[in-house]
Design a binder for this molecule. Sequence first.
Ligand code: HEM
Ligand SMILES: [Cu+2]
Length: 561
Amino acid sequence: MNDVSSKLKQWEMERGVPVPSIGAKEARLAYGHVLVSILAVLIGALAGLMQTLIRTGVIPEIFGYYQLLTAHGIMLGIVFTTMFIIGLLYALLAKSFGRFESFPTRVAWLGFWTMIIGAVMITVMILANKGTVLYTFYAPLMADPLFYVGLVLFVVGTWFSSFAMFRMYADYKRDNPGVHPPLPAYMSIMTMLLWVIATLGVAATILFQLLPLSLGWKDTVGIELSRTLFWYFGHPLVYFWLMPAYIVWYTVVPKVIGGKIFSDALARMAFLLFLLFSFPVGFHHQLTEPGIEPFWKFVQVILTFLVVIPSFMTAFSLFATFELRGRALGAKGLFGWVKKMPYGDVRFLAPFVGMLFFIPAGAGGIINASHQLNAMVHNTLWVTGHFHITVGTAVALTFFGTAYWLVPVLRGRTLTKAMNKLGLIQAGTWAFGMAIMSYAMHISGLNGNPRRTGPATYFSDALTREWIPYHVMMAIGGTILFISVLIFVYSMFNLSFLAPKGEEEFPLAETEEAAMDTPRYFENWKLWITVTFVLIAFAYTVPIWHLIESAPPGARGWVLW
Ligand code: HEM
Ligand SMILES: [Cu+2]
């Protein structure tokens, strides 16, 4: 062995090795979360469908438009995503670390039940029409106190889950000193760290502003401060959705295509940068709002564009993986790999289509974050079109594709040919339905069509009548999407209870031999948490101080429904 290869061997050994299969208890924990997420998809999609049909005038207003929009946003944007993510991360940690000790396992279940109680309270309040405040619950809209208590419980539940995962990581580090945790574990911990730091903002506005207002302990609420705290959370929230999809893209997809991870160190660095650049940027959602000095908006917009760096790193290493694998199979040229990919495998096809959607979605994000262009698209259906191709497709389709192997793995069953085929159909209908719906949303948004607007009297005006064909397109796309959801739910039922018993592969790729060493300082958590808070302090201290120091008169709470 020469010097270089012995060094590489040593680095290789310093990287932890995943266990062959995950234990029954660990599987049950992960499956519980995934199961709830599937239920949330079903309810959320039904609300989404009804709401487009109502806005298009196909069905009468059985439930209020805003009530359905709240249910849709909360079920899909919050419950589905969070539950699936936490379930997936438990599975990745179990695969990376082996068995969980009993203390973190108990905390994990405590988190699960706390979230369930919270989610049920929120759902009941929405059904009772006492929480029709949309999933952003902006002040001064005022829901029933129990709605906010439900939100608090949900968030506290996720804190238990995060704590459980941090503890699992600490147990592993204690037992394996000096070893890098396997890549998916490192990425999972980074994702939960981001979540905990992000939720501090939303917890603050609920506990100190919205809940006291709704309980009648306070007469007024500071709107701008509340929105600032919300968006301090709201932007990292999108990275909390995206990072688990990236984990699948970086570590699972290469295995499915028979390739390897391009670089372990690059992947870890990208995740580190996502943590740093996710926080000091919330003002890009508040560009049209008075009360924040333009200078600080400018600062945060500049910081926003820094996220381009880890995004391009991600795109680069994914396509490098595809190209290397393509060449190994005899492909020539830059795009020869396109012909060599396993499109008949839902574990590849669904996330891959998600990646393709992410290309225009990323471009749309740059438009949204640019002050002048934002003025054009702000609060129009363009924005709704945008996040249906980001979280609604890049992320959701990746999660669907993941569920086709994850559910059988967790249930001790196998992904049959028939279910794989159904999965391909499901991914195809999703892509088709979403292409139609989000195209119509983007274009009619550019024509001034507002988002979040139920049937209104001005809809008979000549100008607004131009939007009608787009609404028809949205309703058609939405119907196709709903069919896709039904296929998904049936497949998941089949894979949970009917598919033949057996051992399904948990696909996790190894790193390319020639890849670089993974530096130790990537795990210097104290350092990175400090840097994160320094960036947050830089971007937010002065503007938040202004919002408190020269606060405008507060608003009283409003119930508009
Ligand atoms: C069956 C599939 C789906 C349909 C038919 C659908 C349809 C819609 C429609 C029509 C709107 C409201 C537009 C407006 O009037 O402002 C909407 C909003 C929204 N959708 Fe979806 N969508 C689907 C899937 C998803 C998925 C998978 C996600 C996320 C994972 C998602 C997240 C959201 C969110 C967060 C909102 C914003 C709610 C608000 O503005 O308060 N949707 N959707
Ligand atoms: Cu953002």
